[in-house]
Unconditional design. Structure first.
Length: 310
């Protein structure tokens, strides 16, 4: 009979807690840096030692049984304390090290973050960054992310957040399109133009503007040949002369500087199109790993010099 008090099972129990948070053997294996088969084998060994099923397996995910959930509830706090203690000891080395798992939206990551991660890697060679490019809003704690960068109005109250920089929304079009269409003087004219917009589920495409120098807001229904949930796609369509695009400033900055895009209706400010700030967000923990703190400090320092156009 297996000795359930054998320290051999301590590692198995940790893997069970990771499986519980990740929701699948594949995700748990990726988080632990091992094979899916290794996770499955350890959980099976733990079930044999416990004498009861701990997980219910399906083709796509796993769910804990009542016994499995009770076991995870009993040990999860202890393992969290161990993880924090280990992080504090590693930080005594003085130089940040280890893995930082990070998630960010696709366009923001490609255009803003990746160049900064290159310089960070050069400055902190002992830190490894695993970047997930996804426009899907993920649960940081459940999916094992140490840090998220978000283009948002306000970070969640349950997390720790640092404001990295301000952004604004800009209305842009290619010079050839402006010449062909004619210069726009008022947002109401957009209803007669091909507009490239970011679709919002269940919402009619509407753009709202306010005069830069004060006055009443104007809301205009828009339509056009392309809607996309990626600002790079909208920018590229605008560069091709397909229409007027409303995008975050970081997507259009290089093209505006090069003159391949022109700002449309510069005397009007888009309202509530995209969030006004970029934030770094992490799940709350009593101790911030040195590697995470170093990465946040690097991003804040680099983006503090970016144009504050909000």
């Amino acid at each position: 009979m297996a000795k359930t008090h054998n320290p051999e099972w301590w590692g198995h129990l940790h893997w069970l807690t990771v499986l519980a948070t990740q929701g699948s053997f594949t995700a748990a294996a990726r988080r632990l840096g091992v094979s899916k088969a290794a996770v499955s084998q350890r959980i099976a060994e733990l079930e044999r030692a416990a004498g009861v099923p701990l997980v219910r397996r399906t083709t796509r995910s796993v769910r804990l049984t009542d016994a499995g959930q009770r076991l995870v509830d009993e040990v999860a706090g202890a393992y969290a304390e161990i993880e924090q203690g280990w992080a504090r000891v590693r930080d005594l080395a003085g130089q940040p090290s280890g893995l930082v798992r990070m998630t960010a939206p696709v366009a923001l990551a490609r255009q803003v973050l990746v160049p900064l991660l290159v310089t960070f890697a050069q400055a902190q060679p002992r830190v490894r960054v695993e970047l997930d490019l996804s426009d899907r809003l993920v649960s940081l704690a459940a999916e094992g992310f140490d840090l998220a960068v978000r283009h948002t109005h306000a970070p969640p109250d349950t997390h720790v957040a640092w404001r990295l920089c301000a952004t604004r929304s800009v209305l842009v079009a290619a010079p050839a399109f402006v010449q062909r269409q004619g210069a726009l003087q008022h947002p109401a004219q957009l209803s007669q133009c091909p507009c490239l917009h970011y679709p919002r589920p269940g919402a009619r495409p509407l753009w709202t503007f306010e005069p830069v120098h004060g006055g009443e807001r104007v809301t205009v229904p828009v339509q056009g040949p392309l809607a996309a949930t990626n600002s790079e796609a909208l920018r590229d369509a605008a560069l091709a002369g397909l229409g007027v695009a409303l995008v975050p400033d970081f997507s259009a900055r290089a093209a505006l500087a090069a003159g391949t895009l022109h700002e449309v209706l510069p005397d009007w400010r888009p309202v509530d199109a995209f969030a006004p700030s970029i934030w770094a967000i992490r799940p709350w923990t009593p101790h911030v790993p040195a590697a995470v703190a170093a990465l946040v400090a690097h991003l804040r320092a680099a983006l503090a010099d970016a144009p504050d156009q909000a």
